[in-house]
Design a protein around this ligand. Structure first.
Ligand code: GLA
Length: 741
């Protein structure tokens, strides 16, 4: 049993032995939150979990004639404004006359096995044996509106997913101004809030803040989930560590404008909310029409932040990423971007591909610059046909030649964009986002195509399908290099302009859906100027994402470490590039660059023809290493061991589910003078009794020894031990493979 229902008390307990999520129907017919956290025994009554303080006279807003019942002092599941609760509400509706207050009352519920699909939206999925779903129906009779709140509990994970749908049964038009996917009131505020924030080239850095009375948000109104804030927040206790104690994680399965928010009230209750950002949002509903919110994923862990991450990783690997790519090996790729930028021709590309093949790579990706007359970033987006000057024989011949070398062929696209200097723009100026009679804001010299228009989506589908078919394409890097300004659709009437942002991202999802349905074998890698759209919405369609344009091995430690809080290791595109690095001008060894890049989907972004013969030999070994261990990297449990945001060292490891094998990465940014004698690294997740062979050291160790005493790190140069030293200088690293004897 995973959903207990007490019909008499109208109480619902979702539990799976890992988590419990309990709510009930309140006196006014709305839903009250009782508990979310570690699984607890089911019992007949939980209503004592709702401790109502009688409101003080100064805030004396109570329900009808009962001074003991006030929404201000009641923990709720989906709060409304205007009924005595002055905190932020989860829903806001407008009629043609103006604001309408709401009073939703419980009407009934429905339980189903598995998890229904969300119309037009990406979402986690589950079969009938993997999850159970309950939908609560609430009605506001005076305005004729029905609200459906859907909760799914996954049987094997400490996870609840939530979404909301609103239906207009009124004959009058209704506007939805705000419809959060989830809202929950936690009983106290003794938390630190964790967020993943940054900007281009330093995405998803971990930031923390204490909660105090007031509102704390992370959000995006850029038309993409953004480099700046990931649609994620977590709450941890002050005593919570990486591996112990309570954490709540919230993640939004959406790639557009979002709001993730905590609000601490005057009684120290913490309200967490997540949903589409209400900024400029206004969705018109005629009689009988519905609006479905995207999904929020709620994770609880009592095994620290790492426990939260493992729950997200397992959920997304098994219930978000498409079936085709769950167990398939991802090809080791060579991408020509940093090798050539816009300067290439067929001969140069074939040279790179040939050399890459000799080194063991499996997929050749031709990045930006292959189309129209694109020689720099000022032209031709939208003109998706071969650049005749660079590729006079055309794309199909190039693809055949690449395939002939024994490599798969992949292409870069930026389907959502158009250059003013393009044939497409000249033909269809009405397809751009923004009012044409206005001064428009440019980003990277380009304008945004209006993906809220089905005509545009269909056009791109035709263009991309033809190229996929002609070139027998194996892979697409789908980029999005600017955010949306001048948000206005030339195709929408004035009273539907508030729908633009959401309709835009639905258009993006629609194109993805059409392409993956027709070409299930094509691997998509999402990208938005690096990691500007690294979110679960994208992962549903594209099982890997370009993590950041920053390929510097040391900078990548922070980016990959932060990203790993939520997203599976195998979803992070990570490449070895040249030194000095193009984003930082830092020099690091080829070894360190690969040691960082192994913890992701591995590839190279350099010109292999320019490598020395010793570097080529090293690359061959690296490729072999990754081929040997990529299944472990895809399927294993990830443990963060040392935090780059807290010190000079970073370490992490992946342990196979059966604990027979592990791969460990250790990195030290700056050398330390005269370091302590023996540096060790404490490992995690191993079988205590197992005897593991460490390939790199040619020695065996017991699991308990490795976890409680630690693995000896290579000896560092201390100014006097030149004969002994195994490492020295800045940007050191080591990777160890451990296997049960
Ligand atoms: C973006 C991507 C890069 C590269 C360029 C090409 O910045 O993140 O990897 O594809 O576009 O213009």
């Amino acid at each position: 049993m995973d959903i207990f229902v007490d019909e008499k008390r109208k109480l619902f307990h979702l539990t799976n032995g890992k988590v419990s999520y309990i709510f009930h129907v309140l006196k006014n017919g709305s839903l009250g939150q009782l508990y979310f956290g570690k699984a607890i025994h089911h019992r007949e009554d939980f209503s004592h979990f709702q401790t109502n303080n009688i409101p003080t006279p100064a805030s004396c807003h109570y329900y009808q004639d009962d001074p003991a019942f006030s929404l201000e002092t009641t923990r709720q599941e989906y709060p409304v404004y205007g009924k005595g609760d002055f905190r932020d509400a989860a829903i806001e509706l407008k009629s043609l006359e103006g604001d309408i207050g709401n009073q939703f009352r419980f009407q009934g519920y429905e339980i189903s096995k598995g998890k229904p699909k969300l119309a037009e939206l990406p979402a986690t999925y589950a079969s009938e044996n993997e999850a159970t779903t309950i939908t609560i129906k609430l009605i506001d009779e005076t305005i004729g509106v029905v609200l459906f709140l859907t909760y799914t509990i996954f049987h094997c994970y400490p996870v609840i997913t939530r979404s909301a749908r609103i239906k207009n049964n009124n004959s009058d038009i209704l506007f939805v101004k705000k419809l959060m996917s989830a809202s929950i009131d936690l009983p106290d505020d003794k938390y630190k809030m964790i967020q993943l924030s940054g900007t281009w080239s330093r995405e998803r850095h971990i930031k923390e803040r204490d909660l105090v009375q007031g509102i704390h948000t992370v959000s995006s109104i850029r038309g993409a989930s953004s480099h700046h804030h990931n649609p994620f927040l977590a709450l941890k206790r002050k005593k919570t560590t990486e591996h112990a104690n309570d954490v709540y994680g919230f993640n939004f399965v959406y790639s557009g404008n979002f709001l993730a928010q905590t609000e601490v009230d005057h009684y120290h209750v913490t309200r967490v909310m997540m949903g589409i950002h209400p900024h400029q949002f206004k969705w018109k509903l005629k009689k009988g029409q519905s609006f479905q919110s995207p999904e929020a994923v709620l994770v609880y862990s009592d095994e620290g932040i790492n426990g939260m991450s493992q729950a997200f990783h397992d959920l997304y690997r098994n219930h978000l990423i498409r079936d085709t790519w769950k167990t398939k090996e991802r090809p080791i790729l060579i991408n020509n971007w940093e090798a050539t930028y816009f300067e290439f021709n067929e001969e140069k590309l074939i040279g790179i591909a040939k050399s890459a093949k000799e080194l063991g790579m499996e997929l050749f990706v031709l990045d930006d610059g292959w189309f129209g007359k694109r020689d720099d970033d000022t032209a031709s987006l939208g003109d998706w046909f071969a650049n005749e000057r660079k590729l006079p024989n055309g794309l199909t011949i190039l693809a055949q030649k690449v395939n002939g070398l024994g490599l798969q062929f992949g292409l870069w696209f930026e389907p959502e964009m158009v250059s003013p200097d393009s044939q497409l723009y000249k033909r269809h100026p009405e397809w751009i986002v923004g009012k044409q009679d206005r001064y428009l804001t440019f980003g990277r010299n380009q304008l945004v195509l209006d993906f809220s228009m089905d005509e545009v989506v269909q056009y791109m589908y035709q263009k991309m399908s033809a190229i996929i078919q002609d070139t027998k394409l194996s892979y697409i890097k789908w980029d999005m290099n600017r955010n949306i300004t001048d948000a206005y659709s030339q195709a929408l009437p004035f009273d539907r302009q508030g729908e633009f942002f959401h309709r835009y991202i639905l258009g993006v999802y629609h194109l993805y859906e059409k392409l993956i349905s027709k070409f299930p074998g094509v691997l998509f890698e999402s990208c938005a100027g690096g990691g500007g759209r690294f979110d679960p919405g994208m992962l549903y369609y594209a099982p890997q994402a370009w993590t950041s344009d920053n390929t510097d091995a040391i900078e990548r430690l922070k980016i990959q470490y932060g990203t790993s809080l939520v997203y599976p290791i195998y979803s992070m595109g990570s490449h070895v590039s040249v030194t000095p690095n193009h984003q930082t001008r830092r020099n690091t060894s080829m070894e360190t660059r690969a040691n960082t890049a192994y913890f992701g989907t591995f590839g190279y972004e350099l010109n292999p023809l320019e490598l020395s013969s010793s570097e080529k030999a090293e690359v061959k070994e690296q490729i072999q290493f990754y081929k040997n261990h990529r299944n472990l990297i895809r399927d294993g449990d990830f443990y963060r061991l040392k935090n780059p945001f807290e010190g000079n060292e970073t370490a992490w490891m992946i342990v196979s589910k059966d604990k027979r094998e592990a791969v460990v990465g250790w990195y030290k940014a700056l050398a330390t003078p005269n370091p302590e004698k023996q540096q060790v690294l404490l490992l995690k997740g191993l079988n205590e009794d197992g005897l593991y062979r460490c390939d790199a050291q040619g020695k065996t160790y017991y699991g308990d020894e490795l976890m409680y005493r630690g693995l000896n790190l290579p000896i560092e140069y201390n100014g006097a031990n030149a004969d002994q030293a195994e490492r020295s200088g800045d940007f050191q690293s080591a990777v160890f493979h451990l296997k049960l004897e």
